[in-house]
Design a binder for this molecule. Structure first.
Ligand code: ADP
Length: 495
């Protein structure tokens, strides 16, 4: 094997330590697979309150205790602790950057009382970014690649290109910056820029300035050696219009040649109908009839009558605008006239929670709703539904459509981001299709796709062959991790 690479993976959330979204799943799965492929990869994240020393067997690193770090004219002390991310095959070292005052709070980014971002998020992530660099300097570790993720880590790219441009330790280090969701950018007032310690000349359009404020996602984009996003289609979309780029579409456009989209993988140890311990009946593409047992259990769970001729459509989602629920709302009357049953698991924006709760009350035999977060129920919905609905306005990658494919639950999706890259339309490609895809973000086209799905469902042979195809698709992490390694290697070859 060629020489193993050394990589520092920087992320603000990693499963099982702390999670608010898909970033945490990627930040655990990808490093583990890269480690399995023989490379030296370590992770660093802030030590939030949820990261319990006892539970995760975390210990101090003596020489990385009480490091003084400057934020504006304040000096705070940061310490690094360490533990491991372990699975059956491998162990990845995780560094936790800690400062109780800044990170030991009930929520990662948002104050649960005000529902607004913590007012000192600028300090929290300036401190983290400086702390990451300081940690490397004190360790004397010279990674080939520093892999940054999302705005919380963007400042590191800018600091390495300025304050640390002549630092011998980083002479051969390349920086990769991955965008998991361009809607979250880490925008702060100009006063926050002053606290970063970046040279004043960087507060301009060609630098980190964004309409008179500082934008930390932009910092990552402007100063990283390589940009990646979590699906090829999303990589194109974010440079196409404001609907996807949220004001940074121009920057994405300029950086197009430095950008590559790599589809996330899914955790096939957790999401696998053949061994899933959270569902009543395991099954595979050679025993499709067993899936019916899960459908029965799902209907019973929501007190819906079970009828093999009526398809059950599942939804598991954050109830947010991004996910396309306004389209469903617009055509709810028409949808309720269709021959289907709908089960919804989700929480989020109140008006969507109310919409689904009310609909379930009105259509007791047709609609089942559970407001909340429930891992076990999510598995039952994937296993028991016939179809899965994801009409997203935008979707950087999306995981649920991949789970659905694996469970033979044909997805109905809008052709955006990772949805476009993982689902093929059955009407367009009767021999290759795995779901139903509509392109324009309109309620009419959503209804049309649902009607096409219902019609296809009536043709048992056609449906079962599509199920088998969907279940055989491989969206495991292995091939995506290899693509990241290719990106790293190509970058290191560049002078
Ligand atoms: P996003 O990261 O935008 O929320 P993804 O499809 O990438 O969307 O990932 C969402 C993850 O969260 C999936 O694993 C999904 O099953 C899970 N999830 C979302 N809402 C719920 C819920 N209410 N209960 C259980 N799991 C949920």
């Amino acid at each position: 094997m060629a020489k193993p690479l050394s990589i520092l993976f920087v992320s603000s959330e990693v499963v099982p330590f702390a999670k608010t979204g898909g970033l945490a799943d990627v930040s655990a799965a990808l490093p583990q697979v890269i480690r399995e492929l023989g490379h030296d990869i370590r992770i660093i994240m802030p030590k939030f309150a949820a990261v319990s020393d006892r539970k995760f067997k975390i210990h101090d690193i003596k020489r990385l205790t009480d490091m003084p770090i400057q934020i504006g004219d304040r000096t705070l002390l940061g310490s690094v602790k360490s533990s491991f991310l372990t699975n059956i095959k491998t162990k990845v070292q995780v560094y936790f950057f800690s400062n109780d005052e800044l990170y030991c709070r009930s929520d990662l980014y948002v104050d649960p009382n005000t529902k607004k971002a913590w007012p000192d998020n600028d300090d929290r992530f300036i401190f983290f970014c400086r702390g990451v660099i300081q940690t490397l300097l004190l360790l004397g570790w010279r990674p080939d690649i520093i892999h940054l993720n999302d705005w919380q880590t963007g400042l590191i790219a800018a600091l390495l290109k300025t304050e640390y441009a002549d630092e011998p330790l980083f002479k051969n280090t390349k920086v990769v910056f991955t965008v998991h969701n361009a809607a979250y950018q880490g925008i702060f007032p100009k006063a926050s820029f002053e606290k970063t310690g970046l040279p004043a000349k960087m507060f301009k359009q060609e630098g980190v300035e964004f309409h008179g404020e500082m934008n930390l996602l932009k910092a990552g984009l402007m100063y990283a050696d390589q940009i990646t996003t979590v699906s090829p289609t999303y990589a194109r979309e974010i440079r196409s219009s404001e609907d996807y780029g949220f004001g940074l579409e121009g920057v994405f456009k300029r950086k197009a040649r430095k950008t590559v989209g790599i589809l996330n993988g899914m955790d096939t140890a957790v999401w696998n109908p053949e061994i899933d311990s959270l569902i009543p009946q395991t099954y595979s593409h050679t025993s499709l009839e067993k899936k019916q047992e899960n459908k029965k259990a799902l209907c019973a769970r929501f007190k819906l009558p079970f009828d093999p001729r009526i398809p059950v459509i599942g939804i598991v989602s954050r109830l947010a605008d991004q996910k396309g629920f306004d389209l469903i709302k617009e055509k709810l009357v028409d949808i309720m006239k269709m021959n289907l049953q709908l089960v919804v698991l989700g929480s989020g924006e109140k008006h969507y929670e109310e919409l689904f709760t009310k609909t379930a009350k009105k259509f007791k035999k047709k609609v089942g709703v559970h407001i909340g977060f429930d891992e076990e129920l999510a598995h039952l919905i994937e296993a028991g539904s016939d179809m899965f609905l994801m009409p997203s306005k935008y979707e950087p990658c999306g995981l649920n459509q991949m789970y659905s494919l694996r469970y033979g639950t044909l997805p109905i999706v809008r052709a955006t981001g990772g949805l476009a890259d993982s689902v093929e339309d059955l009407d367009e490609k009767p021999k290759a299709g795995t779901g139903f895809v509509f392109t324009e973000y309109s309620a009419r086209d959503l209804v049309d796709a649902m009607q096409r799905a219902l019609k296809a469902y009536e043709d048992e042979k056609l449906w079962q062959s599509a199920m088998v195809r969907a279940m055989k698709k491989d969206y495991s992490w292995d091939s995506s991790a290899r693509r990241y390694i290719d990106v790293y290697k190509k970058l290191l070859k560049k002078k």
